[in-house]
Design a protein around this ligand. Structure first.
Ligand code: SF4
Length: 155
């Protein structure tokens, strides 16, 4: 009786660990592929910027299934990385994906006054010379905000 209980317990433990191992391996195998696809999708969308990219074209390019693709597009949309706009393409409804943010480029900070500032080494949030009170930095930031609000350069 005792031997049969031990053997039953051993079998259950074995099955539990087999299932656990299988699920862990599946999880590990799926995760990088999913993140990898998400990352590649985001790179592709960012590279298209204003004209956006059709969801159906993108999955073809990434070698993903449409189901996988739409799941990733929804995920990226929820995270706020992309904007999806419904579009009729070849008589079928799909989405065009636009990036909500552009990757930071060196050009975006090339004229920041801090890069050439002789006080840079003494400047700090709690110092006498501080970005909190710096007119040059404030002007530069306001200029950026103005450009963003008036991209045509009017006004
Ligand atoms: S915040 Fe002003 S003072 Fe500080 S490094 Fe930038 S430009 Fe210089």
């Amino acid at each position: 009786m005792r031997d049969s209980l031990v053997s039953k317990f051993d079998t259950q433990v074995f099955m539990f660990w087999s299932a656990y191992l299988l699920l862990s391996l599946q999880g590990k195998a799926d995760m990088p592929r999913h993140n990898d696809l998400e990352h590649k999708a985001l790179q592709l969308i960012a590279s298209q910027s204003e004209q956006g990219v059709l969801q159906c074209e993108m999955w073809r390019e990434l070698g993903a299934t449409s189901r996988e693709g739409s799941r990733i597009a929804i995920k990226l949309d929820k995270k706020g990385f992309v904007r999806r706009e419904r579009e009729l393409h070849n008589e079928r409804w799909t989405y065009r994906l636009y990036p909500t943010r552009q990757p930071v480029s060196i050009n975006s900070i090339i004229d920041c006054p801090c890069l050439m500032c002789s006080d840079a080494f003494r400047c700090g949030a709690w110092s006498m010379i501080s970005p909190n009170k710096c007119e040059r930095l404030t002007e530069w930031i306001l200029g950026l905000a103005h450009k963003e609000m008036n991209p045509s350069g009017e006004g």
